[in-house]
Design a protein around this ligand. Structure first.
Ligand code: SIN
Length: 314
């Protein structure tokens, strides 16, 4: 059932029927419940709107799956998008680029190489070839085992952001220790899989999406179950906790989206609430290369806690 749905939404020969895809812009109450979150105090976090204004949902037959509809400010999205493109793929973080096909410079600092490349063909190749970078404990795609020998410092800003989401949603003692940043040019997909390599399978998995939209499938713990399909748009946050933590999921389609909040500053975001690093992203000279990249691409940051509480290493 999972594979059948994946193929259905992936189809390029005929445009699939999207009528069963949940759209949280206009959530169908038959399938979706509004989730009440108890917000303690007035605490806010840079790059986000106040948690009091977050639109949080649960899917009726998918316990543990929490969907937060874009809680990022437009400048906040710009900040995280620029981190994902300009900074996170830098060495010592690991990228998918093959040393037989790409220069050391590209493997060590992909964005800089892509931006300075003069040859259009090579620029295109650099753009579409970048598919992932790993942070913290590096995911080993062959063995699927994390190790202390394959680990770098996890970016503090991303760890703090994830902890803020975790604490606000009531997941205490969360520690972000591994992440995969996935880059999806329109037309690419991610096959069905479960994330079970972490020693800690109780801590939730956090997923932040930016850029063009995706269809995300969330199934059960076996591929026999028919998955729910939902649109993930720029800024949307998905939390896979409790019984959804080990469920099959996939991205069968990345497609253009009518909403591009990172290009739209008609928001009510008060100037004084922005901090300097987020403010710098409002500068159009700074933003133009990222705007171009995102025209036909999506980015997803997928964050996990690896260790159990009190465990210091693997
Ligand atoms: C993943 O499961 O690793 C990525 C999911 C997504 O791109 O939304």
């Amino acid at each position: 059932m999972f594979i059948k749905s994946f193929k259905f939404y992936k189809s390029k020969t005929t445009e699939p029927d999207f009528s069963e895809v949940l759209d949280f812009q206009d959530p169908n109450e038959k399938f979706v419940d509004k989730k009440r979150i108890e917000v303690k105090g007035n605490e806010s976090y840079f790059s986000l709107i106040s948690p009091k204004e977050w639109q949080c949902y649960e899917i009726k037959d998918r316990p543990g799956l929490i969907f937060i509809r874009n809680p990022f400010t437009p400048s906040g999205q710009r900040f995280w998008i620029s981190r994902c493109l300009k900074d996170y793929p830098k060495s010592p973080n690991v990228v998918n680029l093959n040393p037989k096909q790409f220069s050391k410079e590209a493997i060590n600092d992909w964005w800089n190489c892509f931006q300075t490349e003069k040859n259009d063909c090579e620029r295109k190749r650099l753009k579409v070839s970048m598919r992932w970078t790993t942070l913290g404990y590096h995911h080993d795609w062959d063995t699927k085992v994390y190790s202390e020998n394959m680990k770098n410092k996890f970016p503090q800003d991303l760890a703090d952001l994830t902890k803020f989401f975790a604490t606000t949603l009531g997941f205490e003692n969360y520690s972000a220790e591994a992440a995969i940043v996935n880059y999806y040019p329109i037309g690419t997909t991610l096959a069905g899989h479960t994330d079970h390599s972490e020693a800690n399978l109780d801590a939730p998995l956090f997923s932040f999406s930016f850029g063009q939209k995706a269809i995300f499938l969330l199934g059960g713990q076996s591929k026999d179950e028919k998955p729910s399909a939902m649109f993930l748009k720029s800024g949307d946050v998905v939390v896979m906790s409790k019984s959804s933590r080990l469920c099959y999921h996939a991205v069968p389609r990345v497609m253009s989206c009518e909403l591009e909040p990172y290009n739209n500053f008609n928001s009510n975001e008060p100037e004084e609430k922005k901090c300097k690093i987020v403010n710098d992203c409002d500068d159009e000279n700074f933003w133009t290369p990222f705007r171009h990249y995102l025209k036909d691409s999506r980015i997803n940051i997928n964050i996990r806690q690896v260790l159990n509480k009190g465990q210091l290493e693997l």
